[in-house]
Design a protein around this ligand. Structure first.
Ligand code: SF4
Length: 253
């Protein structure tokens, strides 16, 4: 829980004109060592990992180890850890008893029977617990990825009294691909096979040219977010002292 308060409107106005590297530098100056970032080690993950590693390679990287990742993702993760010299990658796992119950209650296929609950147990809850160690976290989400993300501000204040920073919010996919190319960052092995956005294997499909870049995630379902970007309410710092409002997690359970 942080006591820091900022003029969010003013800062966000400035951040809109700044490069991601400058925003990351600001975040490190303000919050390190109570600063982390999340990464799925997907096709675009190399951008934020590279940018952050050039400022501080010891910023903790939180990886949600759901147990359902493609082997290629885990290989890619190891390759980027080595290449960028990342020293503090944390694998976050669900509570074992809770995960076992989830699997048993859903005939071994929770991602088919109840993907919202599967994401809640394997992603949202482990991240929520881990974030207690930090005052701020960075994410690589971009505004043009999904409808929900269109309104993301670069710096947001969250229920739970911590900040979230999205240094790449204003970037397009073209800019991320150019960055990867310019810095000779290797691509996720499945990218060549049509996987533009990669999560757990049961919920990820390759896409066709011209499709929305995240259309291969939970294909055939209305679900577009796993919940880690939606489970907390955004609030203003001056609201910190007001009585807590229970989060609406109805989409996640
Ligand atoms: S993405 Fe799919 S497999 Fe992974 S946690 Fe969510 S529902 Fe489960």
């Amino acid at each position: 829980m942080t006591q820091k308060q900022f003029d969010l409107d003013k800062l966000n106005e400035q951040f809109e004109r700044m490069q991601p590297a400058e925003i990351i530098r600001w975040a490190v100056d303000q919050f390190y060592p109570k600063l982390a970032m999340t990464s799925s080690f997907g096709p675009e993950s190399g951008v934020l990992l590279h940018l952050v590693s050039r400022v501080r390679p010891d910023v903790p990287v939180l990886f949600l180890e759901t147990g359902y990742h493609f082997p290629e993702t885990l290989e890619y993760k190891n390759a980027l850890i080595k290449q960028f010299g990342l020293t503090r990658v944390r694998d976050l796992r669900a509570d074992p008893a809770r995960r076992q119950k989830l699997v048993t209650d859903h005939a071994g296929v929770p991602y088919e029977k109840n993907p919202d609950l599967c994401c809640q147990v394997n992603k949202v809850e482990p991240l929520d617990a881990a974030l207690n160690d930090y005052d701020a976290w960075m994410s690589g989400i971009r505004r043009n990825q999904t409808d929900f993300r269109k309104t993301v501000r670069i710096l947001e204040y969250y229920e739970g009294d911590r900040y979230k920073i999205s240094p790449l919010a204003v970037w397009t996919s073209r800019e991320t691909w150019w960055y990867l190319k310019e810095h000779q960052i290797p691509q996720h092995p499945l990218y060549e096979k049509g996987y533009l956005s990669i999560g757990c294997w049961p919920c990820t499909r390759p896409i066709q040219a011209g499709d929305d870049e995240r259309s291969g995630r939970w294909a055939g379902r209305a679900k577009k977010e796993c919940g880690i970007h939606t489970f907390k309410e955004v609030k203003r710092p001056e609201e910190a002292e007001k009585p807590a409002v229970a989060p609406d997690n109805s989409e996640n359970i």
